[in-house]
Design a protein. Sequence first.
Length: 387
Amino acid sequence: MDYNRYVAKRVKSVEISTIRYFFNMVNQVKGAISLCIGEPDFTTPGHINEAAVKALNEGKTFYTPNAGLLELRQEISKYMNRRFALEYKPETEIIVTIGASEAIEVAIRTLIESGDEVLIPQPSFVAYTPCTILAGGKPVFVPTYMEDDFALRADILEKYITPKSKLLVLPYPNNPTGAIMSRRQLEDIAQVIKKHDLIVISDEIYWDLTYGVEHTAFASISGMRERTITVSGFSKSYAMTGWRLGYIAAPEGLAQEILKVHQYSVTCAATMGQYAAIEALKNGDEDIARMRDEYNKRRIFLLESLRDMGLECFEPRGAFYVFPSIKNTGLSSEEFAERLLREAKVAVVPGTAFGENGRGFVRMAYATSMENLEEAVRRIRTFIARV
């Protein structure tokens, strides 16, 4: 039976994630060290697990409101207020989602109609483009460059805006580059947003993971709260990837429309996980600090090691990735990644997985043990020496 006759063209046009392709290849190479997946190697802190177990034992296994437990939304509101001086009404401006990924998808689907253009900085997370295409929109890629530390420049952004532009995805701290944006840089972007009457999805899932700098929430920039859908979650900061918990904070007029799409897509996030998230927000600050300190040690080690072996690499100040240039090896991103895995048993992701502006780079995640990183560096050094 020819199923191609039945599958929607939009779906056929979407490719499987290159990240997952290389991650799956690791299973075929015995003894390989994976630097592919942006997943903390820490287990979820015990007190957070215990909160979920307690909820289960108390029979809290029923549906929650579509937007999530009010107590959780209240804690998210408190967190955003104390961290970024942002005020959101728990009742109408915060939605608990199935991870930040669902938050991004439902926000795009709520806003985008056929032919609308979505501005997407590149390199960036792989999901923005397919989510745009599946919503009927047109992705427009805005390049960022290593000489700018991969920050989005306002003057470059403006060149890609057309009358069909509706939405900007702003992904900082950035995956895959580890780049951040300063308040001044965000203020410059805000001027462009106002001038062209755009809405922003600000994906700030890594906002607790910055090193030596304070994160600036885009919604805290003057005039941007009313134009910004902030996306974050629990996966990265609290080592809760498998719990699939994220959230949206947005002006009521947008949040309530997004809630419609969310409720008909998934109903609500898992109840016991929401109780775990409440505990994380109430008592998880020390967990974040502990894990961030360890990530920072790994970041410094990997950055210095890559530079020492002759790979050019700007200093990432957020998330848990480095994005070295491998141009001086004479290999393409794909060739480098495939040969490194086959010959040195180290898995990385080619930069082209994150857009054309990732050509000549690879992504390495340091969300793994120092022991693994030290061995991976030894293998990479040997590989480069014979390329």
